[in-house]
Design a protein around this ligand. Structure first.
Ligand code: SF4
Length: 376
């Protein structure tokens, strides 16, 4: 298959759903975590939950980078931007993420120089255009986006652009999965592996999950048929008592990943001993920081960083939702104090956040059904 429409073909989807029902049977319950926020979004957007049998439970994982960023890091980035002549540059989905004193967008409304960029190289361009200012790029993302940050820093170094720096918040997927598997309330049977991250890291880094933890993992694409086929592949393994890594997304993901991207990351970054994840606490060796070779372009070395640590707002249950212990609508604030228009937690900000995805599709669908039945 070559075109998107083919991955949304109704007849193939219903045949695959039928195969899922046959494999799932009725004798047991299956808990499958989709690690990636892009998968969570696709599952709600395409209504896939509605065509799965009830004994297949999809648990939303921590693979949305905006969602796992603790509030303290946002406050730190904004504190840097309060210093004279600093431009705060970040992707659009960072703009509404709440810090303790408001989001970057609210700081912009109060006069801070905050700019939305579409790539790290846009931020570098800003630095070229504003030689009298310091441009700080608030870098965020898993291994998917880390290579483009690394390449931009390599270019800044090659061109000698010294008014550009990176506040690095890149995180790594494997330690997050390890933390979930070590969590005492872990109740997972299998994983749908992240598609985007795997284009960079490949499939090999997941092998320990199958070998040591005996959990099947299938790296999946993002179309409805991709996800349903991945569930079929997982159910086949579970029914056969197998645990291995499989690649459903072969049209994009190479088993060994992208060596050029991995080389760029290795050139610029090193692994942090610890990093704080929202709702998951401090996870060892789970994030990247800039190495000494690129220290001149590291915002944490260039500026005074307060190192703010804050707890989540009262009542917010982002941590439990991130670990899959609660469904989004089970959070006490969901749909009341916390909505996509006025988010309390970061899971309600990004379209990949499980709370935002649930609110935008499931919650609105339920509200529509209620109002339609009232009319009838
Ligand atoms: S509803 Fe809001 S506060 Fe509750 S878990 Fe989701 S994002 Fe966090």
């Amino acid at each position: 298959m070559r075109f998107v429409d083919e991955f949304r073909e109704p007849e193939l989807i219903s045949k695959t759903a039928e195969e899922i029902r046959r494999l799932a049977g009725t004798e047991r319950h299956y808990c499958i975590m989709e690690v990636c926020g892009g998968h969570t979004h696709a599952i709600y957007r395409f209504g896939l939950k509605d065509i799965l049998p009830e004994n297949i439970e999809l648990i939303h994982g921590p693979g949305c980078p905006v969602c796992v960023l603790p509030m303290g890091r946002i406050d730190d980035g904004l504190a840097i931007a309060q210093q004279p002549e600093v431009i705060f540059a970040a992707f659009g989905d960072m703009m509404r993420v709440p810090g303790t004193q408001g989001s970057p967008l609210e700081h912009k409304a109060r006069g801070m120089d905050v700019r939305i960029v579409y790539s790290p190289s846009d931020a570098l361009r800003l630095a070229r255009l504003n030689p009298g200012k310091q441009v700080m790029f608030f870098a965020i993302g898993f291994e998917t986006t880390a290579p483009s940050t690394a390449l931009t820093m390599m270019r800044a170094k090659a061109e000698g652009i010294r008014n550009f720096s990176v506040f690095c918040n890149h995180v790594m997927v494997i330690p997050a999965i390890r933390a979930i598997l070590e969590s005492p309330d872990m109740r997972l049977d299998a994983f749908i592996g992240p598609g985007h991250v795997s284009t960079v890291i490949g499939c090999r880094p997941y092998e320990w999950i199958a070998q040591n933890e005996h959990k099947p993992i299938v790296v999946s694409g993002f179309e409805p048929l991709d996800l349903l086929q991945s569930i079929v592949m997982l159910l086949r393994q579970l029914r056969n008592g197998e645990a291995k890594v499989e690649n459903q997304y072969k049209r994009v993901v190479a088993w060994e990943g992208n060596p050029a991207a991995l080389r760029a990351m290795a050139e610029v970054f090193q692994v942090r001993p610890y990093f704080e994840w929202r709702g998951m606490g401090s996870i060892p060796q789970s994030a990247l920081c800039v190495n000494d070779k690129y220290g001149e372009w590291d915002a944490e070395q260039r500026f005074a960083v307060p190192g703010i640590r804050v707890t989540d707002p009262k009542g917010a249950q982002c941590g439990e939702v991130l670990k899959g212990a609660l469904k989004p609508h089970q959070c006490k604030l969901f749909g009341r104090e916390c909505t996509p228009e006025r988010p309390v937690g970061a899971l309600m900000v990004s379209s990949e956040g499980s709370c935002a995805a649930y609110h935008n599709y499931e919650h609105r669908k339920a509200a529509m059904v209620t109002s339609l039945s009232a009319i009838a």
